[in-house]
Design a protein around this ligand. Structure first.
Ligand code: ADP
Ligand code: MG
Length: 327
């Protein structure tokens, strides 16, 4: 049994200009003890994927319009909001991209961690305080005992982010979704936090979905990687395989953007152009406007997902049956 199965999921939002579809037919799975990296440029649909799994779309004028999301064999799209509330936090917790959406300005941060913890586990207040302070210290928060009694506005952005991570870890979920948790932090703290995620997953045998645009984090931390582009999963597989032999031109371009040690700065590549916005996704392959390998078929037909060797799945015409005839 997989911990979480996302099967052919599409998402719609109602906007003033009509209905938009930021996710179209995305699929991936994660097992207990696994770390899955979700990667792609800004606007590719990573946060919407997290919101869909957390059942938050109804609060955002959105919905899953087709597909299935199953958590430990339970169909999350079929349960009531009351049941979802029990799953959120207890079983699946989200460390969100913006700490201010998770922190309440009128309570001390330590109390917020403790309250979160005590909602999910039966634990005496004193023990919960100790556990919170320990987690805060292990996240590299200096003077944790003092910070415990401070309010969010008294803390720097980096400290607030670490408080939100502490809340996510204290809840002791089966599945943790971390949405760009280290983006606002400096590199040494990032490394500590990555290490803490790794330890937590191994010790508690939980699943972790790490959303990031940092391919360094993916290669250091993750077992599998799901590459998203404009609301599609364009490639997925074991990190080692994908990094050794990236197939999709988008994955190849992303990997070329990683600076390598000793490389002169001018040889860094940036991908030309931007992710199209959700209202202007092009027909055919959504990457074709930026793709160096583009052929006529890419403009007119959406590529199917193909099983490549070594467990990689890729959504690109190059690896399909019609490519040669196109030459
Ligand atoms: N509540 C919403 N209503 C309408 N469109 C949205 C909403 N939330 C996100 N989007 C759109 O969905 C697309 C994917 O967004 P998002 O998942 O936040 O990207 P990422 O996290 O990969 O940067 C974007 O084009 C964004 O503008
Ligand atoms: Mg995001």
């Amino acid at each position: 049994m997989s911990l979480l199965v996302v099967d052919n999921v599409s998402v719609e939002f109602k906007t003033r200009d009509g209905i938009v579809e930021p996710l179209s037919g995305i699929s991936f799975k994660i097992d207990a003890g696994e770390i899955l990296g979700l990667v792609g440029e800004t606007g590719s649909g990573k946060s919407v994927t997290a919101q869909a799994i957390m059942g938050l779309l109804p609060f955002l004028n959105g919905r899953v319009s087709s597909g299935r999301i199953c958590f430990r064999d339970q169909d999350l799209l079929a349960i009531s909001e009351d049941q979802y509330q029990k799953i959120r936090g207890n079983h699946i917790s989200l460390i969100s991209q913006n700490p201010m959406t998770s922190l309440d300005p009128v309570y001390k941060v330590g109390d917020q961690i403790v309250e979160g913890l005590r909602q999910h586990v039966v634990i005496a207040r004193d023990d919960a305080v100790k556990r919170a302070v320990n987690v805060m210290t292990s996240l590299g928060i200096p003077n944790s005992e003092k910070v415990f009694f401070q309010y969010p506005h008294q803390l720097s952005g980096g400290l607030k982010q670490r408080i939100v991570i502490a809340m996510g870890l204290c809840a002791d979920p089966h599945l943790l979704i971390a949405d760009e948790p280290t983006t606002a932090l400096d590199v040494t703290v990032q490394a500590q936090i990555v290490e803490l995620f790794r330890k937590t997953v191994a010790q508690r045998n939980i699943g972790l979905i790490m959303i990031t645009h940092d391919l360094g984090v993916i290669s250091n931390l993750c077992d599998t990687v799901v590459v998203m582009y404009a609301g599609h999963v364009v490639e997925k597989g074991r990190v080692q395989e994908v990094f050794a032999n990236p197939m999709h031109p988008y994955t190849r371009a992303l990997l070329k953007c990683i600076p390598k040690f000793g490389m002169p700065e001018r040889s860094l590549k940036a991908i030309q152009g931007n992710v199209p916005s959700v209202s202007t996704f092009p027909g055919g392959c959504r990457y074709h406007l930026r793709c160096p390998d583009m052929k006529p078929i890419c403009m007119t037909e959406a590529p199917q997902t193909l099983q490549a060797g070594n467990g990689i799945e890729v959504q690109c015409h190059q690896f399909g049956p019609n490519w040669r005839e196109e030459l």
